[in-house]
Design a protein around this ligand. Structure first.
Ligand code: PXG
Length: 459
């Protein structure tokens, strides 16, 4: 921080408010509340704002900066690639080394039935690509009536029209007359909200069988695919019971429908595996990825295409009429390769699985003793805290009290980024967090839950 950044803060806030339309933001409300916090730099697991505050980044940016900030190796990889070849496309029978090498590395790291990658610039574009691949596959199989894709309520699959349609966020649907035709939603495996009376095993089976019910309602010969995040992220870190995914897999197999794992958050070590599907015993036909593949340093995503789909689309499909200017961007792919190199060298996935996850799980769970916490859950390095008014009945605070956003604001003002999804607080720290950072996260979270409880008690 320099004196200059402090001085510039007011000016930046005003310019920001006048010109910059932020994603998912109520601009009128933001203006009335004094504008945005301006993040000027970051290092390791901390971000710094223009007024010099140091804040522990409990969200790894937006679930993406898995290797932490200040990785000069990633900066150097991008700079070197930009000097050599800053851009070229892979349309019209061209390609370039970073995209070739990254597609090969991803094929090696992904489950055995995956050997092809389609690159995009984001997770939303990855899921739009999946819709195109799914429709193309069934057309080529001579089953064009298999048009319906089943997804879940409260899922997040991105913000393009396709991604928002697959997602189950009603507020997004309402603003755009979505979903587009051919996408339907079933209920999610959110036990704290929907299944308090059942055992986890029974609740998992019950929620999975909603898929079978929906398939039978539509007609199995009309269903193309099911898409789900192994663990729902933006919906509130919803961790399905162990029985859920095996039963979903059984149903997909039985009716021959494609299974798409949206691993935009869960891949690249977030759940202590290269791909979160592995942890839940899923055998997806298609996988979407983004975020952690480049650790957020440059925009990069893609669709991993399993052999079942690739063989049909490649052998019989002719030209696949789909692609983006930045598909396989050389600098983004060079950063992706450097990320994978660091992950291998520093054994990031193994460290999460063997050390960080158990430590985080145990320490984070202690927050369940807090008087306004109804449940704490975590898996890998994602976690959720359910804020409640009454622990035993799980009664929530009235929605208008904004318990979650209150807690979020206390957190950031006390040096911790924790995100609010309604009254659920969620975290997804960089995978490189050390024990002392986890201690700091838990201590600050407790303090901010105290502040939240006190402020709610005053109303
Ligand atoms: N799938 C999943 C599972 C995601 O979490 C996307 C797709 C879309 O990726 P892009 O790169 O197009 O944003 C995501 C993105 C939040 C939040 O508030 C989460 C995401 C994006 C923005 C906000 O938690 N996830």
């Amino acid at each position: 921080m320099t004196e200059n950044t402090v001085k510039r803060t007011a000016e930046w806030k005003s310019e920001d408010h006048r010109h910059y339309l932020h994603p998912f933001t109520d601009h009128k409300d933001l203006g009335e509340k004094g504008g945005s916090r301006i993040i000027t730099r970051a290092d390791g697991v901390y971000i710094y704002d223009s007024e010099g505050n140091r804040i522990l980044d409990g969200m790894a940016g937006l679930w993406c900066v898995n290797l932490g900030y200040g990785r000069t190796e990633l900066v150097d990889a991008a700079a070197a690639q930009m000097r050599e070849l800053p851009y070229y496309n892979s349309f019209f029978q061209c390609t370039h080394p970073p995209a070739i090498e990254l597609s090969e590395r991803l094929s090696e790291l992904s489950p055995g039935n995956f050997n092809h990658v389609f690159f995009t610039g984001s997770g939303s574009e990855a899921n739009d690509t999946q819709i195109r691949l799914i429709r193309r596959y069934w057309d080529l199989q001579g089953q064009p009536d298999r048009m319906t894709i089943i997804a879940r309520k409260n899922a997040y699959h991105g913000s393009t029209l396709g991604g928002a349609s697959l997602g189950g966020m009603s507020a997004m649907h309402e603003q755009m007359v979505l979903p587009v035709p051919g996408i339907v939603h079933i209920e999610q495996p959110y036990q704290f909200e929907l299944g308090a009376d059942l055992s986890a095993a029974d609740f998992g089976l019950q929620q999975a069988r909603l898929l079978e019910k929906k398939i039978l309602e539509i007609g199995a010969d009309k269903v193309a695919a099911f898409i789900g995040e192994p663990v729902q992220g933006a919906g509130g870190v919803i961790i399905p019971p162990d029985t859920y995914w095996p039963e979903i897999q059984r149903i997909c197999d039985e009716y021959g429908i494609l299974l798409v794992a949206d691993e935009v958050i869960t891949a690249f070590g977030r759940l202590g595996e290269w791909f979160g599907s592995t942890r839940f015993g899923m055998r997806p036909d298609l996988i979407s990825f983004a975020k952690g593949v480049s650790s957020g340093y440059l925009p990069l995503g893609g669709a991993l295409v399993g052999d079942r789909v690739a063989e049909v689309v490649i052998a019989e499909g002719g030209e696949f009429a789909h692609g983006y200017t930045y598909s396989g961007h050389p600098a983004a792919c060079a950063v992706g390769l450097a990320v994978l190199k660091i992950m291998q060298r520093e054994k990031i996935v193994e460290r999460v699985r063997e050390h960080t996850e158990p430590y985080f799980h145990a320490r984070f769970k202690t927050l369940e003793d807090h008087p306004i916490v109804g449940e704490v859950r975590s898996i890998g390095l994602v976690g959720a805290i359910e804020i409640v008014k009454d622990k035993s009945s799980r009664e929530r605070f009235h929605k208008d009290l904004g318990a979650g956003t209150r807690c979020r604001d206390f957190c950031v003002n006390n040096g911790l980024v924790m995100r609010a999804v309604g009254n659920t607080m969620i975290v997804s720290p960089p995978l490189v967090v050390e024990d002392k950072h986890i201690d700091e996260l838990v201590e600050k979270a407790w303090k901010c839950l105290d502040l939240t409880a006190a402020s709610l008690a005053r109303e």
